[in-house]
Design a protein around this ligand. Structure first.
Ligand code: PLP
Ligand code: COI
Length: 365
């Protein structure tokens, strides 16, 4: 279903873009996910026809039939990555090919058509090109790109749809957590799990997030920022957070993160950290960590740091853990040195301040 989708993009500039003054005001403090640029990309797909009608056009509501399949059976996937503006005016993306491949993996799992890596990256480039003035320049800010695809076929039967709409929207963004890089507190959900073996945990589909929201609401109720999910089989091992992967740092400088067994999202930040940590002298292990060990090792001091990582969160220290029977701190609730050093190193590469030895940074403009 993939390949062969080399498309020409029709460019229809927004006739009424936001004024420069209003844009500057919006960019001063964008927060996360609330401010949007002037344009969007859309590409249509129909069985037998393939991908067609690639456009860059004014960002606008999408008319949808009430029987569109996505509204009923949630056949939808998405991605998230950031565009950065360099001091010389260049624009870069961090590992967009990895997002393209994961998008294709998600598409296969949700029985949707694949978009080629070339078209995926070109769609991002086109949007960033027309909306480049929306890329914030200050440290900790960037233009968050959100590609997504959903079943647009008007049909209530339960089977893979035969029509889809792919879109990309862009949102200037500051830190994901209102507290910035201050350590967050997480809630370990006693009742809810996120993904079971054979399920969709490794796919970036909207349904995974819908299923996480009751647990996320519980986390907020308990005064926490994010929920931590344990494995669905034994309810013992840490999987990941609602929207981030997790790392543990021990006093012998070993970094541990849960393995990719199909129930967690294979984070691109996670992957980069495994490489960067090894380069900076850490031993790195992908192995299961039980919640019982997490607690015991935090109490003994053997566990020095824990952090969350992802495109939106970058690397955010986890300072406290709550669960129905109690709570505990990690590293006295303060950010740890390995966490902050890795965060600095990753940001330096992403923002072009450090050598990109792995070819992760792709210049698109
Ligand atoms: N896990 C979940 C559930 C996520 O939503 C994300 C965010 O994309 C991640 C992990 C981290 O993935 P990445 O580093 O590719 O952004
Ligand atoms: C991301 O980091 O891109 C995410 O998807 C996390 C969250 C905003 C869903």
């Amino acid at each position: 279903m993939s390949g062969g989708d080399k498309l020409d993009f029709e460019i229809r500039p927004n006739p009424a873009p936001v004024s420069a003054a209003d844009r500057a005001a919006l960019l001063a403090n964008p927060g996360f996910g609330r401010v949007f640029t002037d344009h969007m990309v859309t590409i249509r797909y129909a069985d037998g026809k393939g991908w067609y009608d690639a456009r860059v056009e004014a960002r606008a509501p999408i008319p949808m039939d009430p029987a569109a399949a996505v509204l009923h059976y949630a056949q939808e996937i998405f991605e998230g990555l950031k565009a950065y503006r360099g001091a010389d005016g260049s624009v870069t993306l961090f590992r967009p090919d990895a997002n393209a491949l994961r998008f294709a993996d998600s598409a296969r799992r949700l029985a949707m058509p694949e978009l080629s890596t070339e078209t995926f990256v070109e769609s991002l480039r086109r949007l960033v090109e027309i909306d480049r003035e929306w890329i914030p320049e200050d440290e900790d800010s960037s233009l968050y790109l959100r590609p997504f695809m959903f079943a647009s076929e008007v049909f209530l039967g339960v089977r893979p749809a035969n029509e889809y709409l792919y879109c990309v929207i862009a949102s200037p963004a500051g830190a994901y957590f209102a507290s910035g890089v201050k350590p967050v507190t997480v809630w370990v959900s006693p009742d809810y799990t996120r993904a079971a073996p054979g399920g969709t945990g490794a796919a970036k589909c909207g349904g995974n997030y819908a299923a996480s929201l009751a647990a996320q609401a519980e986390a907020i109720e308990a005064g926490c920022d994010q929920v931590v999910f344990l494995d669905a089989v034994e309810r013992r091992f840490v999987d990941e957070l609602g929207g981030m992967n997790v790392f543990f740092v021990y006093d012998d400088d070993t970094l541990v993160t849960p393995p990719l067994t199909g129930t967690i999202l294979p984070g691109i930040t996670r992957d980069a950290i495994l490489t960067l940590a090894a380069e900076s002298g850490h031993r790195v292990e992908e192995r299961p960590v039980s919640f019982a060990d997490w607690q015991a090792d935090a109490a003994s001091g053997r566990l020095r740091e824990v952090f969350a990582c992802g495109t939106a969160a970058v690397i955010t220290p986890i300072g406290g853990v709550r669960f129905p029977d109690g709570e505990f701190l990690i590293g006295g609730g303060e950010p740890g040195r390995s966490t902050m050093a890795l965060r600095q190193r990753l940001s330096d590469i992403q923002r072009g301040r450090a050598d990109d030895r792995h070819g992760w940074v792709q210049r698109v403009l």
